[in-house]
Design a protein around this ligand. Structure first.
Ligand SMILES: Cc1ncc(COP(=O)(O)O)c(C=O)c1O
Length: 387
């Protein structure tokens, strides 16, 4: 018992030492709102442009283009909306869309909103991103090609797309995934919701495929309150997506005309002003987050209970959320660890419950997903903001 208490005490001490705080209720990620936010928000309010037009929308969009290198960016009112519209443009209706089971519900939900079928795939053993070798083997068993389209042999449905989730800002293995998807003629949509500032082989994630999405929800590395963005390569996608999220309204000086059923999923100028103020100091945010990550790495090496998830050598991640994995021999202490840390004001969190285990998703197709179930039971997301 003493040993158990010592292990718990050492972990909590190490976390507090790394974040350099003893304040209570330390969340996994808190908004990083600088003084300049007030200036830009006030300027926005005074301009009277507080809705779907205004200078900050363009400013925020341009800054995102600089950071990501994306040719086209469309701002939305959430990451979920960005996923929904990207999948709509990929025309996945009635088809299967491969998605990691280890993701936030929004990824899987956006497939269902499009009247398509999520098909769950597994993560790596020690990282929540897709296990590409396992996926390659699975596709070779479950798929058949007809007229250059990929079909699920069992359900007979077309497998049209794969959502690659750059989970927690870690980068998925894009080179291998692109090669695999080219082989099966499967389109890729990158869910980089939490990965602004993460680069795979020096290229920003979310820009490897025709569509990538970002989220600016309150817990993200940059927040607009709520918000999202779609990163695109092609002008024709940009035009349609922009039109679709703006109620499909045609431009006219005084008439109100729409040419299809559109959606109102735009970001507001106020939200963009808040996001823009954070992008002005984004480089420094990334630096500070890297320092915190390095502190965790060096301190957690001494810890008996768990291992730190280290970035792959081909990627430069944003260090949005730092995670540890409880060692196998201590896995039965999982709830004790969470309860102890919470009692000390360290509001660490478990990883997402795998999507295939949620009751609304039980009947969707899936591969053997043992890695992601194990990760769910062993990942602890640590306090990761530096404020
Ligand atoms: C992997 C992933 N995808 C999508 C989303 C949805 O983003 P939003 O909350 O902005 O709708 C999130 C949000 O946390 C996420 O983590």
């Amino acid at each position: 018992m003493k040993n158990k208490n010592n292990l718990l005490h050492n972990l909590s001490k190490t976390i507090l030492l790394s974040i350099g705080k003893t304040k209570l209720n330390y969340q996994v990620h808190e908004p990083i709102i600088s003084k300049s936010a007030e200036t830009h928000l006030l300027r926005c309010i005074k301009s009277n442009y507080v809705s779907s037009v205004g200078e900050y929308l363009k400013k925020f969009e341009n800054k995102l283009k600089d950071i990501t290198g994306s040719k086209y960016v469309v701002l939305t009112n959430s990451g979920t909306a960005a996923l929904f519209i990207s999948l709509k443009q990929l025309e996945v209706e009635k088809c299967e869309v491969l998605t990691p089971s280890m993701t936030f519900a929004a990824t899987s939900n956006a497939i269902v909103y499009n009247d398509a079928i999520p098909h769950y795939i597994d993560s790596m053993k020690s990282n929540p991103c897709i296990d590409v070798d396992k996926l390659a083997l699975y596709l070779s068993e479950v798929c058949t090609m007809k007229k250059n389209f990929c079909y699920n042999k069992v359900s007979k449905r077309r497998i049209k797309a794969l959502i690659v989730v750059h989970a927690f800002g870690y980068t998925a293995e894009m080179t291998k995934l692109i090669k695999l998807c080219n082989k099966y003629n499967i389109k890729i949509l990158e869910d980089a919701a939490g990965a602004l500032g993460s680069y795979y082989k020096n290229k920003h994630v979310g820009t490897f495929s025709d569509f990538g999405i970002l989220s600016f929800n309150g817990n993200k590395i940059v927040t607009t309150g709520m918000g999202g963005a779609i990163l695109m390569k092609r002008y024709k996608d940009y035009k349609v997506v922009k039109h679709l999220i703006s109620t499909a309204r045609l431009e006219h000086a005084y008439e109100t005309e729409h040419d299809r059923v559109g959606y109102n999923l735009r970001m507001s100028n106020i939200n963009a002003a808040l996001g823009y103020s954070q992008l002005l100091s984004f480089k420094s945010t990334l630096k500070k987050k890297k320092i915190l990550c390095e502190k965790y790495i060096s301190n957690i090496q001494e810890i008996e209970l768990c291992n730190f998830i280290i970035e792959n050598n081909f990627s430069k991640q944003n260090n949005w959320v730092n995670n540890v994995i409880i060692k196998d021999k201590y896995i039965n202490m999982r709830n004790d660890i969470f309860n102890y840390l919470h009692s000390k004001g360290i509001k660490c969190r478990a990883a997402w419950k795998p999507q295939h285990l949620l009751k609304m998703n039980l009947n969707y197709p899936k591969m053997k997903t043992d890695n992601c179930v194990k990760l769910w039971k062993s990942i602890i997301s640590l306090p990761s903001s530096y404020i």
